[in-house]
Structure formats: C-alpha cells, structure tokens
Design a protein around this ligand. Structure first.
Ligand code: PA5
Length: 465
C-alpha cells in the first residue's frame, strides 16, 4: 500500500505521550484489534449486501458524469441557493468553504457563482437573499433525501414564489434543480410532474453520509470544484480503510482510540479542532455525523443503553482564546483531534518593523498558526490530556475527499464498536412530529394529544417574567 492521503499522529493519545496517566496503554489498543476486525467484517458485509452505499461512491464514475450532464443544461447564474438541512446542507457547505473561500466575509474570493446555504427556517438569511439576489441570475437547488423535510419544503415554496413572481412558471422551472430519492417522495413527484432537472440521492446512502453524491457534489460543481478529484480522494482513503490491521487502518484507528478513551477513561467528549479557517464548516459536518450516528438509546441487541459521545467543533487558533481554557483545566473527559495543514496555500510573511514586536518580523502567519497548534497539543500532553493530529498535505479536492471518507468510515466502525446502529436517527422523529402537530398539520392528531398532555404537566410558576 502507498502512502496514506492523510497522516495520523496519535502519539499524544497514548501513554507515555501524555506525561500524566492520560494516554491509552499500548496493550489497551492491541486488545481492541480483534474487536476491530469484527467491526470491519460486519461493515464490509453490509457494504457487500448493498446497505452502505457511501462506501463505494468514490469509485463510481457515473456520479460525476450525471452531474456534468445536468450542469450543462442549466442557465448561467451569479447565485445559487441550496435549500436543505442537516446532511442535505452541511457537506456541500464544507466543500464550498474549504475550496472556494469563506462565505462569511462577503469577499469575492473566487470567480464563479456565489453559493448560499440558507439551511435554517429563521427568516433572517432567506429574507436577505430574496432582497439582494436577481431572480433571472439565480438557481435554486432543493435537496432532501426524504423529500418531505418541513424546513426545506417551506424554503422551497418561498424560493418558487421568488422565481415565479419575476420570471413566470417557465422561468421558475428552468432555475430549479431537485436532488432527492430516485423513486419516491414529494420532491421526486414534483420533479416528475414539472419535468424539473433532478439528480438522485441513492437509496442506500444516508443523509449525513451523502456529501459525495449529488447532494454535496452538485453545489461544488456549480462553483467550479473538481468533483472527480474529491471522489478520487475518497476512493484512495477507502482502500486504506479496508486494511485488517488496526494499527494500519486510519479510520479504524481513529474509531478505536475514541471508543477506548470513552469506555475505559471516561473521555466521551470528542473535539475536532482544525487549525484552518477553511475547515470550520467541516468541523460542523463532523459534529452532525458523529452525534446523529452514535448517540443512541438502544444497542444493536435492542437493550436500552443511552450511549454516545458528545462531539464539539472548534477552530485553532481562534478557540485557544475561547475553549482551550476548558480543555486544559476542566474535566478530563475530552479527546481532542487537531487537523494540521502541512502546506498551507498563500502564506503571509510578517514584516519587520523596528521597535515594534521585533521578534515577530520574518516569521510567517502559517508558521505562527502551526506553532500555536503544536504548543496547545504539547501543553495538553504535559497535563495528561490526550490528543491526536491529522495531517493533511494541503486543502484541495483530493485531500478533502479523503477526509470525508475517513470520518464516514470511522463513524461506521465506531457504531460497531459502541454496539449501536450508526445509520438511523429515531431520536429526531418525535420532535419533528410534535412540531407538525403544533403547526396544525393534518395527520398528527395523536401527537397533538401528546403536546396537550406534556404542556399541561408543566408548572407555570417556573417561568420568570
Ligand atoms: O443524516 C440524516 O439523515 C439527517 O441529518 C438528514 O440529512 C436531515 O434530516 C435532512 O433530511 P432530508 O434530506 O430527508 O431532508
């Protein structure tokens, strides 16, 4: 096997990398080897029986071809609104921000259309977009695997009205793309009924594992990202993640370290802290993947276990001035993963200025950032607080594709090691159904009763006004 697309330094997650007894014992990790091969075998069995579609996406050339075919027929635009939430938004946003520059700054960083991800039902962002975008130069991409997510459906109705009011029914349909289940659901029906441009989310790819389908790749392609390089990166990582040797399997190692630190040492808070602004949304994507996949009431045998780690996003060096105080001195319940970018693009040399911060002149900003990361990891280690570091050579489409697959495979393995089903999300259903009842939507009569019952049990004197 050749070199891995990313390098994992886990020396500070092990004893004696951490000076106080904070690290894992070599024997603890080795003892997990057979548990891991069972997890790997079970995962690959699920892959072979067609249940885990995300595993083979990187090696499927038809995905990029289908995207190209749709993109070729779309009108030229200045802005793209991607309507979706959760797994139907976070992956695309991570790609765009990593490879096309931070959206929050309002800077025209790269050519090509601006891509917006108004994922929330809060009218704040949507209203601003409708006020500022020109309908004739705007494309709307509505993404929902189920096709019925209420937040996305509501935003789509608003976007359709925005386009239709200015351009008529035909103009609206020409500027609308649907990404949803290939065969069923309300959005699929709409795409068929109105002959809208559309792409599928394969049935066997779950929402939060769908970034390397059209869900993440169409927004990326519209912004000029090399989607084939993303897929190649994922495929290179897939090959590495099929290795049976735990110490050589990157995702297996990551999963085992996290599960063991949690089970044996109570470190159930898992922080992902890239030292790169470009990876801020990526850390949020990871949080959704890790939390929604691994936080489960029952185990694979149906026993109530209420299990799961708590992931936290952070970014260096910014969070050294926000969360690192807690990581350094608070409860010893965390395992921190840093991401380092070994060859940062566009470094800045810090100028010399006589008598003003003399010792900084001649250093570089990337050098400063790297020293901050290493200093933080070593400071944590000196107090027995473990961490690991993922080194990516640079932030490009290939590395990003590798990172996506790495975390997805790690999540599948961690699900097996924790003994939970990583691919459902039963816990979010009830809240959605109660919200529908509160909105008075049809078909939620028993949920309305649950709302009434729970509301009536509340003690109004516990409201401070
Ligand atoms: O991972 C998941 O399945 C969820 O986070 C979904 O992505 C999210 O709920 C959105 O669902 P949908 O794509 O069906 O609109």
């Amino acid at each position: 096997m050749g070199r891995l697309p990313i390098r994992i330094d886990y020396s500070l997650a092990m004893h004696p990398g951490t000076s106080a007894p904070g690290g894992l014992d070599e024997r603890e990790l080795d003892a997990c080897a057979s548990r891991f091969t069972e997890a790997l075998d079970a995962t690959l069995h699920d892959v072979r029986r067609g249940a885990l579609g995300f595993w083979g996406l990187g090696g499927d050339p038809t995905i990029a071809d289908a995207i190209d075919a749709v993109v070729a027929k779309l009108p030229a635009v200045d802005d793209v609104m991607v309507l979706g939430i959760g797994g139907s938004s976070l992956g695309g946003r991570s790609i765009l921000e990593a490879l096309r520059g931070p959206t929050g700054l309002g800077l025209p960083i790269t050519p090509g259309p601006r891509v917006h991800f108004p994922d929330n039902s809060d009218p704040f962002v949507l209203r601003a977009l409708f006020e500022h975008l020109r309908p004739e130069r705007t494309l709307v991409v509505a993404i929902s695997k189920s096709g019925g997510t209420v937040e996305t459906a509501a935003a789509l109705l608003l976007a359709r009205a925005f386009l239709r009011d200015a351009l008529g029914e035909k103009g609206m349909r020409e500027r609308l793309v649907i990404i949803t289940d290939p065969e069923s659901g309300p959005l699929r029906d709409l795409a068929w009924r109105e002959s809208l441009a559309s792409l599928p989310v394969p049935k066997n790819v779950g929402g939060r594992f769908s970034v390397l389908t059209a869900v993440g790749l169409l927004p990326a392609a519209l912004a000029g990202v090399d989607v084939r390089a993303l897929l190649r990166g994922a495929d290179a990582m897939r090959a590495a993640c099929e290795t049976r040797d735990l110490r050589k399997n990157p995702a297996g190692l990551f999963a085992a370290l996290h599960v063991l630190h949690h089970e044996r040492h109570g470190r159930g808070i898992h922080v992902l802290m890239p030292y790169a602004d470009a990876l801020r949304p990526f850390a949020t994507w990871f949080v959704q993947l890790w939390a929604e996949s691994l936080g489960k009431r029952v185990d694979l045998g149906g026993n109530v276990v209420e299990r799961g780690p708590t992931p936290i996003p952070a970014v260096g060096a910014t969070d050294q001035h926000a969360q690192v105080q807690l990581f350094m001195e608070g409860p010893r319940d965390k395992l921190i993963t840093f991401i380092a970018v070994d060859e940062p693009a566009g470094d800045l040399a810090i100028p010399h200025e006589q008598g003003v911060f003399d010792d900084l002149g001649g250093l570089t900003m990337a050098g400063l950032l790297d020293a901050e990361r290493r200093g933080t990891a070593l400071a944590l280690a000196r107090d027995g607080r473990p961490s690991l570091t993922l080194h990516v050579p640079r932030i490009d489409a290939f590395s990003l594709g590798s990172l996506f697959f790495f975390f997805e495979a790690a999540t599948a393995f961690a699900g097996r090691l924790y003994g939970v089903d990583a691919f459902g999300q039963p816990g979010v259903e009830l809240g959605k159904r109660l919200a529908s009842a509160l909105l008075g939507r049809a078909g939620f009569e028993s949920e309305r009763e649950m709302v009434r019952e729970t509301e009536s049990n509340r003690n109004e004197s516990h409201v401070l006004e």
